[in-house]
Design a protein around this ligand. Structure first.
Ligand code: ADP
Ligand code: ZN
Length: 526
């Protein structure tokens, strides 16, 4: 067991050097560490590979007592603890993988102050009596890793995470950090509310992953396209292929194997032993392609995953960002490749349409789907569209499919002006369907009751169909030229980027084949 370090006179910087072997902090590590050292809470939003771990590991070692990291991922905990122990850090974990003897050994070291860092699974934390036990162990900070798991909108929702607000009540003086690599605005609000982090300082470095190249293609025999993509771009390299169903996972894995690619399936319906064995092979061997449902991936910390492919679009850009973020953790070039078909669009679309009149949850889900749809459709830079969803404004990246080979577009400047002006005239209170109806001049009861048949934009958009206007709005949204208010029925609103368009200072182009809403009509009735 490593000897306890006398850290009373040690600075974060010297610990960074002596224990971790790094010369300087990166990103926002230093201000975050200072915040926690001073006893404050922090919400840390940093992309994968941004260096989140040190933000709590260093304060845990410097503050008297034990730092507690709550993580939903047992495999990841074990990796972390192994790495830390090798560097001489007094770290351990408590989770279901330990036998009772090992667990009681860890508990004894905790109680006698022999640990600086404890990784614990949330369900362990809420075992009867554990909080009282923890109170005797002098916790000096709580780090809540993968904090987006607290959001019920997200696809990684973990009910146990909801209970983590008790840490605030039970240990009011102990600083807490919530860390995540993926959180859009609704998820961030959930983290703050559900973890009681109202007083946390927010540290956000931006979610861009510059080494990932994004590309999206219309689907025409997805498996064959996938095979070509792998052969042309990533032969013999490790990758993850996401599919929507277990059956498709198995078929696609078999198809790749039949074509000479080392591919393995992963989904929640496989026996645990097989799942585990496949994951191990993916981690240890070079050049394995994992074909999986979304059940695979969180905490899969393989640095040299060279591509992530989607044969169906995920339900939100948040999920897409997280799933594609598993590529290129080592910082070397990597691909995020997706194809989507009319049927995938029809499914997304019907989920949006049926979500319209429903409760808040459905509305948020519908808005998330809408953003995904807009991303598929955009003629602009994919990275710009993706980051706009997280509230970041960047220049076109020059490194995505649309930047590298521009799609056919039409001059949409006037249409954009009409569309934005229509948002303004109807007081920024309505969603895409309503706005498209006003432009088309539909005298519905609702429109008449709001007096919007009297506004100057009523009926000025007959040159396009309502479907095309919806596409115009989605593309405006995708390019950050308007915003969506999730709190107010997904109303579209203007933002600071809308005004240059309205004033005629900024031309706008839309793509000509916007996921073909017209061709879709037949299939949508399937
Ligand atoms: P995250 O949890 O945000 O995905 P990690 O904490 O795992 O990121 O760190 C990502 C990588 O960056 C790791 O390999 C880590 O060793 C490295 N790293 C972290 N901080 C520094 C630093 N200050 N200097 C150099 N490398 C760092
Ligand atoms: Zn781009």
């Amino acid at each position: 067991m490593p000897a306890p370090q006398d850290t009373s006179s040690v600075s974060p910087h010297s610990l960074l050097r002596s224990v971790f072997g790094f010369d300087g902090f990166i990103g926002l590590q230093e201000p975050i560490i200072n915040r926690v050292m001073a006893g404050g809470d922090a919400l840390v939003l940093m992309p994968t590979g941004g260096g989140k771990s040190l933000c709590y590991q260093i304060p845990a070692m410097l503050r008297p007592g034990v730092g507690v990291c709550i993580s939903p991922l047992i495999a990841l905990m074990q990796d972390q603890v192994r790495g830390l122990t090798q560097m001489g850090v007094r770290a351990a974990c408590l989770n279901s993988s330990l036998d009772p003897y090992e667990a009681s050994d860890v508990e004894q070291r905790l109680e006698t102050g022999q640990l600086d860092l404890l990784y614990v699974a949330p369900e362990r934390l809420f075992k009867p009596g554990f909080m009282d036990f923890l109170a005797r162990c002098n916790p000096c900070l709580f780090a809540i890793d993968e904090a987006h798991c607290v959001s019920q909108w997200g696809h990684d929702f973990r009910p146990e995470y909801m209970q983590l607000s008790v840490l605030h009540d039970r240990f009011p003086g102990v600083p807490r950090l919530a860390l995540t690599a993926t959180a859009d605005a609704p998820t961030q609000r959930d983290i703050v509310a559900n973890l009681r982090l109202e007083r946390a300082e927010v540290f956000a470095t931006g979610f861009d992953r510059p080494n990932i190249t994004y590309a999206v293609q219309p689907k025409n025999n997805g498996r064959k396209m996938l095979l070509r993509f792998i052969r042309d771009n990533h032969p013999g390299e490790a990758g993850i292929v996401y599919r929507i169903s277990r059956k498709k996972v198995e078929k696609t894995a078999q198809f790749l194997v039949d074509n000479g690619i080392t591919a393995l399936p992963y989904h929640a319906g496989l026996p645990q032993a097989e799942r585990y064995a496949n994951q191990e092979r993916f981690m240890r061997e070079e050049g394995v392609v994992m074909v999986a449902t979304v059940a695979f991936g969180m905490g899969v910390n393989k640095p040299n995953v060279r591509f992530v492919a989607h044969l169906e679009p995920p339900k939100s850009l948040e999920a897409y960002h997280q799933e594609t973020g598993r590529a290129g953790r080592d910082g070397l070039p990597a691909s995020a490749w997706m194809c989507f078909g009319m049927q995938d669009i029809a499914i997304l679309r019907s989920m949006i349409d049926s979500g319209e009149a429903a409760d808040t949850r459905k509305r948020v889900e519908a808005a998330k789907l809408g953003s995904m749809f807009a991303f598929l459709e955009t003629a602009g830079c994919r990275r710009q569209a993706l980051l706009a969803y997280f509230g970041e404004d960047i220049e076109p990246c020059g490194n995505c499919d649309n930047c590298l080979s521009p799609v056919e577009t039409w001059d949409g400047t006037v249409a954009a002006q009409k569309a934005l002006s229509n948002i303004f005239r109807t007081e920024q209170r309505f969603g895409v369907n309503y706005l498209a109806q006003v432009l088309a001049g539909k005298r519905t009861d609702r429109i008449v009751s709001f007096g919007h048949d009297q506004v100057s934009t009523f009926g000025i958009g007959t040159e396009l169909s309502q479907e095309q206007w919806k596409s115009v709005y989605r593309q405006l949204l995708a390019n950050g030229l308007c915003s969506v208010d999730l709190e107010r029925f997904n109303a579209l609103t203007l933002n600071e980027r809308s005004w240059p368009v309205l004033k005629g200072e900024r031309p706008v182009r839309f793509r000509t084949d916007p996921a073909a809403p017209k061709r879709l009509k037949k299939k949508a009735r399937l």
